[in-house]
Design a binder for this molecule. Sequence first.
Ligand code: FEO
Ligand code: CA
Ligand code: CA
Ligand code: CA
Length: 565
Amino acid sequence: ASSARAQASAFGFEPIGIATDYDIHVPAGYQWKPLVRWGDALFSEAEGAYSPETGVSVEMSDKVFGENTDGMETFTHDGHTLLAINSEYVNPKINLPAASEGVPQSADEVTLLKNMQGVTVLEIAEGDDGYAVVIDSPYNRRITHETRMTMDGPAAGSDLVKTNADPEGMSPKGTMNNCGSGKTLWGTYLTCEENFNGYFGATGDYEETAGITRYGIGGEGRYAYEKFDSRYDLSAEPNEPNRHGWVTEIDPKDPTSTPIKHTALGRFKHENAEMVQAADGRIVVYMGDDERGEFMYKFVSNGTWAEGQPTDGLLSDGTLYVARFNDDMSGEWLALTPETTGMPLEEILVFSRLAGSRVGATTMDRPEWIAANPLRAEAYCALTNNKNRGVKPNAGGDETPVGGPNPRETNNFGQIVRWRPEGEDHGAETFTWDLYVMAGNPTVYDNSYAGSENVTEGNMFNSPDGMAFSSDGMLWIQTDGDDSNEGEFAGQGNNQMLVGNPETGEIARFLTAPNGAEVTGLTWSPDGTVAFVGIQHPGGSWPDGTGKPRSSVIAVWREDGAIFG
Ligand code: FEO
Ligand code: CA
Ligand code: CA
Ligand code: CA
């Protein structure tokens, strides 16, 4: 009881126990409600479009909130509050008629699946019942697999990104598998294209190059798009996959703006993009590549920036680095250049994984979100889990020896690595690192699988994934792991959101998700009194209590209206 009291005083709330039900739980003194659910209308013509039995029709599918909410950020503009929110992927069995059995049977069904993914920009406003979506706001916008985009940076316009439909290689269509997010210092949204490989398939022959293999491209597409749309057919458009897997910038303040794919930031399975600034004013973006045995990266701009200055070139001109972690708790950012890799610059950017292998980057336990502490020069990456560590390399990738920040062989629990750049400068090329937490289960194990000292019977969890700092310097941790509550996961319950104190290492459970769901995506209202939290792929009939389960963004606030986080 004394340690629970200490935690309560450290965080200002009484930590909650685990849950195994199909509901949300928050601490005493807090409330929650759904803010926007899959299928909720953005425009009045789509009000009532969602049916608990059949979901949403293809006609209304680009006028509603998409499925499987993920990363998101808050923006304020001219007195309006805007959210940009990713819809990572789609569950065909939930969206398509039962007769389709989860495989689209027509071009219309493909369009429905495409429209349920991508990015939503929407306006919210506070009324008597808290925040709600502003239907028909001129800022409301859907950005899908079909939205026209542009590219910049050294790989834009290169032969590697030219297709029959776009012989200039400058006008890609669509963004896909939008996972984590980022916010630029100048107030635009960064959406991160993660498992783009699964959208492409082949109806005929194609060449299995190293780039295709290393990125897991090929075989059958997960949604059979290639059968209805040749853009997704490797045998017709072998370069189309090279136009995806980028960090894409969207200006939520201008609904007519064209999203920009920034090739200078490299192409891999992007989790999120955490932007900070070097001591000399250069822009630094930290990025993870979420795959077993892949790497962590950072981009550093050539130009510098200060409030009010132009942003041209900041994300198109710079150096991409990949991380090497040494066993002595030191580390280096290795520049990926033609000199260090022997590869032309456009190949370094389009096939960044191959470039990282050439310079000896450290293979990681699936780098998910990276979050930078606003109060000191340090950053954290959630290494979610890795069942193959030490056993085998990923497809075409490097060996994955146990060591450094990846200390366990079979790693079903995950850990969070933290690094502090040399000289407290995010622009530095060296750093020191430690593990902020190694997740585990101290009630099942008494070895390294019990977890680090700050893991207890009262706060344990597995598979850290989403992370964000609140302005007070607290690290919020969201999980996407095994919620069976059985075996080595006994006592961990449903996926959850916890908060960690970077100074003391203390971690406390704040929220539990419905069974089946992961918790992913976190942002706050402009005044900091309301947290918006993403609940992806819930089970049961959450949150409606009847009909299909609906991924949703929820609002969470303190009953006394005080700021938290
Ligand atoms: Fe989309 Fe790696 O999570
Ligand atoms: Ca994730
Ligand atoms: Ca995950
Ligand atoms: Ca996910």
